[in-house]
Ligand binder design. Structure first.
Ligand SMILES: Cc1cc2nc3c(=O)[nH]c(=O)nc-3n(C[C@H](O)[C@H](O)[C@H](O)COP(=O)(O)OP(=O)(O)OC[C@H]3O[C@@H](n4cnc5c(N)ncnc54)[C@H](O)[C@@H]3O)c2cc1C
Length: 436
């Protein structure tokens, strides 16, 4: 057997095939294209599209977009600035926490946010194919090209061979399943419904998080020129699917808002949704195998509560691009200035790059994962939940400290160790600007 990659292992059509056009996929594809890689991104959906999400991009995510020169196109979608969150157990007083860094959070609409990032990927030279579903992948062997089967919008099938397969296909990642990285779901089952609501009355400077026994309601403004749109998300523990929620979920969510003291000047109405999701705990064995690499939710997800998902998706994209290209992530828009793209081919350094990605990602996100697990465990126990929520109200600054920990620590979360650079793959000259 020939064990030398690139020799006798057949040609490849692409440097990278990215599956999924959410924030993780768009930004990974964009950064690879900026480094001169030939990249194709497929998504089964057509954009713009809505998605189940609390739609709060935390300040660390905002800072990361700025570093990547991607904040302007996101700001052009007119997001709502959020100065903090109010956290309260249902029926009790509220603890207010403020973000403290230079950035506020942004209440974004996933429809426009995801679309804006995907358009940036296109502008950077990524070939984007919407309505295209990955149905099968063989990418577990580092010595052979990743081979995938796609189903196109018209129902016909197509095969593609890529040097690297990037699974950015979210919860229940088909890529992770196909290469044997997905583990069975664990932990408490949870399901959610998200509505886009129109109405006037509540304060638009903060989000609200209402915590009940087995029930969480998130409520936050999202951007729009009229200033009347909101994200309302209901998460219930003990449910596998959202089917059972659809009948009375809306009433439950409105009741919770009412108990939490949210007052409307006019009757709120649903303008879009609901989008259902769950259950959330989707562990993975590892984030790489063979010629496959997972980013964003596909790389393991367990709870939307702390609102770090988009930040983590963006972060993993940055770490992946850096590990794969062996160069600092190039900022600035448009394709790489030295547009001579080398023909795609397998490269021995790829295996090393994937290992670097796995270790850099686990170190870079360790803190955020630990924090999320601690919060989750605390809220799952009735007494611990009651004591910690009382402490949040009683101890001055405690709520702000918690909010800072979950969304406002760019100094800690962005400082991931620099991976050992692999021997160079096909790179292009750029104007490197480090992520760190
Ligand atoms: C109820 C809820 C509330 C949340 N609230 C927040 C919040 O307030 N703040 C926050 O930061 N995060 C929040 N999150 C988490 C956040 O939504 C995710 O972490 C984020 O969307 C992950 O981005 P991603 O790019 O990895 O995946 P996604 O955004 O899920 O994108 C995956 C893409 O892959 C495509 N795809 C899937 N399978 C295939 C296939 N076989 N072929 C082709 N394409 C495919 C899909 O169409 C989709 O476009 C929340 C999540 C939930 C469920």
């Amino acid at each position: 057997m020939n064990r030398t990659p690139g020799v006798g292992s057949g040609g490849v059509d692409l440097d990278a095939l990215v599956v999924g056009g959410g924030p993780a996929g768009s930004v990974t594809a964009l950064l690879l294209a900026r480094a001169g890689w030939q990249v194709e991104l497929v998504d089964r959906g057509t954009f713009p599209r809505g998605k189940a999400c609390g739609e709060c991009l935390n300040p660390a995510g905002v800072a990361l977009l700025r570093e990547l020169h991607l904040l302007d196109p996101v700001l052009a979608t007119d997001p709502a600035p959020l100065e903090g969150w109010e956290i309260s157990p249902l029926s009790e007083a509220t603890a207010r926490g403020r973000f403290s860094g230079p950035d506020r959070a942004l209440g974004i609409q996933r429809r426009t946010f995801d679309h804006a990032l995907l358009q940036e990927a296109r502008a950077a030279g990524v070939q984007v194919r919407e309505g295209t579903t990955l149905v099968e992948a063989h990418a577990g062997d580092p010595w052979k090209p990743a081979q995938v089967q796609l189903r196109l919008a018209g129902g016909e099938h197509e095969e593609r061979r890529a040097r690297i397969l990037v699974g950015a296909d979210g919860l229940r990642s088909r890529v992770a399943g196909a290469v044997g990285l997905a583990l069975p779901p664990r932990g408490p089952t949870r399901a959610s419904l998200t509505w886009r609501v129109a109405g006037r009355g509540p304060s638009r400077s903060r989000g609200r998080l209402l915590l009940g026994q087995g029930c969480t309601v998130g409520f936050a403004p999202v951007g729009n020129p009229m200033g009347i749109l909101w994200n309302l998300t209901l998460v219930l523990t003990g449910l596998e699917r959202t089917g059972g929620l659809r009948d009375d979920g809306w009433e439950q969510a409105l009741e919770a808002l009412d108990e939490g003291g949210v007052r409307w000047a006019s009757e709120p109405r649903i303008v879009e949704g609901p989008w259902g999701s769950g259950s959330f705990h989707r562990p993975v064995r590892d984030v790489t195998r063979g010629r496959t690499l997972l980013v964003g939710d596909a790389a393991g997800y367990f709870d939307p509560l702390t609102g770090q998902g988009i930040f983590r998706a963006l972060r993993s994209a940055g770490v992946a691009a850096r590990a794969l290209t062996g160069q600092a992530v190039r900022v600035g828009s448009g394709p790489s200035p030295s547009t001579e793209r080398l023909p795609p081919r397998l490269h021995p350094g790829d295996v090393h790059s994937l290992q670097n990605y796995a270790s850099a990602l686990s170190q870079g996100l360790r803190w955020s994962r630990r924090l999320q697990k601690t919060i989750d465990a605390t809220l799952a126990r009735k007494t611990a939940r009651r004591i910690s929520l009382s402490a949040l109200r009683a101890v001055p600054g405690a709520a702000s400290a918690l909010i800072r920990l979950t969304g406002d620590r760019p100094g800690t979360l962005l400082r991931v160790p620099s991976p050992v650079l692999p021997e160079s793959g096909p790179t292009a000259e750029g104007h490197p600007a480090d992520l760190h």
